[in-house]
Design a protein around this ligand. Sequence first.
Ligand code: ATP
Ligand code: MG
Length: 388
Amino acid sequence: METLYLIKPGELELKTGNLREFESRLRKDIERRLDGRARVDIRPGRFFLRVPEGLEEKAERVLSRVPGIVGYARARTCGKTMPEIGVLALEVAREGREAGHSTFKVEARRADKGFPLDSYGLARELGGLILENVPGLTVDVRKPQFTVYVEIRERAYVHGVVRKGQKGLPAGSAGKGLLLLSGGIDSPVAGYLMAKRGLSLEAVYFNAYPYTSREAWEKVRDLARIVARYAGDMTLHTLSFTEIQTAIKRGSPEDCTTLFLRAAMVRAAHLLAGEIGANSLVTGESLGQVASQTAENIRFSQAQTDLPVFRPLIGIDKEDTMRTAREIGTYEVSILPYEDCCVLFSPEHPILRARPDREGPAYVSLGLEDLIVEAVRTREILKVPCEV
Ligand code: ATP
Ligand code: MG
């Protein structure tokens, strides 16, 4: 026996221009995450997923994580006759009762206007049927403990609980972004948020081996794996920044070291983005959170690229970012205590308001470009598949 899921896709309606492309991306994404073992049918405003027996748990994990879905429900389907619909409505109502609920309502939608009863008539008839046949239930249209949904389309569909999806846009519909992924709390969340805006992602991590440990890298890899559950298949590029950091430490005023490191990171990310065909960079920066994240200092590093740099956390409080990190499962990994690459220097009084006319020439005089090109060229590349 197959299990049927009714899926309400996200903002697809709004984008009538690209509707077909969006739909087909979402369909393929769902099918691929289920290893081609399930099939999606696209209908106006709804998708239907048919899953072979035994694959339901996996399918539900996919549906709850894939970008582009508002909600989904396990559904039953039958012909468009009231006796058949009644049988299914009773099944759903009994399930609700067994789950301990005592109030319900019926919500009906008649997409097929040829069906003799209108939505109101359907809801009333089925409500009556349920009251007669399932003891212990009463109707509450305002705040029911559960709802029996009925949709009349090319067939009739009946379902109960609707689970939430991630909303947003299908992965890849906005092209590819390059996520600057550190081991911190913020950047994985930033990647997750931009994935929901339709970016597929590759990630870049700058290490400073041997000053940073193997464990620090493993932590970043584990974070990438979690982000990939939502964003889809990713690739993690690891660049060695040891020489670059050494050059910065040797040639810069102490208060500028972090500022220059951030500029070098953005420059390297810019070059890498060109190689992999990314249309944007993504960071976890949040205005004012640390010294390197003042408007002036962000401007300084931003000058190293003309790509848009997406910073979805720029106006978000740390508390809220932490909540999202917990929800998506990155928090527990992010708080593991491994050093990040800035350990090589953390100036006591970092510069707060970089000026292009003052710090710009000092940065240029470091002559980092060749080292940066080399770091990009000799990077380690790891495929991070979307695991369900
Ligand atoms: P996070 O929690 O994401 O590490 P943060 O609050 O620690 O952020 P910074 O260390 O200033 O802030 O880093 C700002 C952003 O720069 C990060 O969100 C990330 O996108 C990027 N970044 C910082 N360090 C690295 C690194 N070693 N490798 C890749 N990206 C980095
Ligand atoms: Mg950090």
